[in-house]
Design a protein. Structure first.
Length: 276
């Protein structure tokens, strides 16, 4: 690309100086000049005459992402962020855009990163419009993406451990494709569990489950209604607040009743299946 500007003056030197000022070229630019018209003196110092006219120009490489940068800056300005700096790194498949706006990250990130994701989606449309080679676009502000990724990986490991221990599926909150991919890749490295996605669009969620044929590692422990250990209202074992009858003089001589069996208590508490 070539950028050019034209300047005029009473001499060629003045015209060159005016053209260079109008060009606003960077210091390292190789500026060249073309004389368009030479100055002409007035006849008898009164009639005719003309100024010198010079064109200044230089070649430069166009920034392929200049349009995307300006687009992002326009969005940020609408959010009240006016002093942001944007840098772009790209290869054949990915475009990575970083936003530096001081400490004013909150309005750019939004709730759970929703605002940042929306900016990323719209910018991807701008970059890929009219291009044959589709590029993935990611936008980061500060180190939000890194912090979010660490949080998601910790979340995946924590819930995978619960599934592995108790055997119950865990359904996570709705996430975008980028965040769901982080969960899936983390779960893949954990033995005995797997993951899949359910739902559609913005309500799509990750479900973590036991792998087929794998049994949970947990057996026994604290049980509010089962056998063994501390039992508030079960039929057997440990301290039972509701098992002791009140003392009645009229019943003192009555023969003691036989102990209740498990089947006798089933109608009140339901059958207890130790295999569940």
């Amino acid at each position: 690309m070539i950028k050019e500007a034209i300047g005029t003056g009473s001499s060629l030197d003045e015209a060159k100086e005016a053209a260079l000022k109008a060009l606003e070229a960077p210091e390292d630019a190789d500026v060249k000049y073309e004389v368009l018209e030479r100055e002409k003196a007035k006849l008898f110092g009164l009639f005719g005459g003309s100024l010198a006219k010079v064109k200044a120009f230089y070649e430069y490489e166009e920034d392929p992402f200049a349009k995307a940068k300006n687009y992002v800056l326009t969005i940020l300005a609408s959010l009240g962020v006016n002093d942001a700096e944007i840098s772009v790194e790209a290869d054949e498949e990915d475009v990575r855009i970083s936003i530096n706006c001081g400490d004013d990250y909150g309005s750019v990130i939004g709730r759970r990163g929703e605002t940042l994701d929306a900016i990323q989606y719209l910018t991807r449309l701008v970059i890929n419009r009219g291009n044959e080679d589709y590029k993935r676009v990611s936008i980061n502000v500060g180190n939000y993406r890194e912090k979010r990724e660490n949080t998601l990986r910790s979340l995946a490991r924590k819930n995978a451990a619960k599934v592995r221990k108790y055997g119950r599926n865990v359904v996570l909150e709705p996430m975008n494709p980028y965040e769901r991919r982080i969960i899936h890749t983390t779960v893949q490295d954990i033995e005995g569990v797997t993951s899949h996605s359910v739902g559609s669009d913005s309500d799509r969620k990750v479900v973590i489950t036991l792998e087929e044929g794998v049994k949970p590692t947990h057996s026994g422990g604290y049980n509010k209604g089962g056998r063994g250990g501390y039992n508030k209202g079960g039929n057997r074992g440990g301290y039972n607040r509701g098992s002791k009858p009140s003392y009645n003089k009229s019943e003192a001589a009555a023969p003691s009743r036989p102990p209740r069996s498990d089947s006798a208590g089933a109608s009140l508490y339901g059958k207890i299946d130790l295999n569940k």
